[in-house]
Design a protein around this ligand. Structure first.
Ligand SMILES: [Zn+2]
Length: 147
């Protein structure tokens, strides 16, 4: 037994998302490898995070649409204190502006922190969580991919 072992072993792996009632469709889509968004069925504008009422026209008629998964980096940071639970190294947390005009909080993967630039084109992918679910993350878009 290791001398630095604690009585409660630390959970390893990316934590599961917390499902809130308005965002169940979003996380169930992510678990299937789909990036879904909420669009107003009356004015057609997107709202994220998902919510009961359109912030633009106050309609409660919502529809779920598949998003492109393409976006650009708005800003980014590595949170170091407190250390995020379940990660071997702190992830890069970023705000991603999707083509559809909504902004997601996510992680950047497969990129060196020093190589990230504002406006960098990124593409969604999905990473598994410790409980068998998945979350959307973003990686640099490959030239010529997906367009
Ligand atoms: Zn609306």
């Amino acid at each position: 037994m290791s001398t630095n072992q604690t009585s409660a072993p630390a959970a390893t792996g990316r934590p599961d998302p917390v499902y809130t009632p308005d965002a169940i469709f979003f996380w169930e889509g992510a678990a299937r490898g789909e990036l879904l968004g909420q669009r107003c069925a009356d004015c057609g504008r997107f709202a994220h995070p998902p919510r009961p009422m359109c912030p633009w026209c106050r309609s409660v008629r919502r529809e779920t649409v598949t998003l492109s998964g393409r976006g650009r980096v708005y800003t980014w940071v590595i949170p170091r204190h407190p250390a995020p639970l379940g990660f071997a190294a702190p992830p890069i947390v970023a705000l991603i502006d999707l083509e559809e005009g909504i902004r997601l909080v996510s992680n950047l993967v497969d990129v060196d922190f020093a190589a990230i630039t504002a406006g960098m084109q990124v593409q969604v992918r999905f990473e598994p969580t410790r409980g068998g679910k998945a979350v959307p993350v973003f990686a640099p878009a490959r030239a010529g991919a997906g367009r």
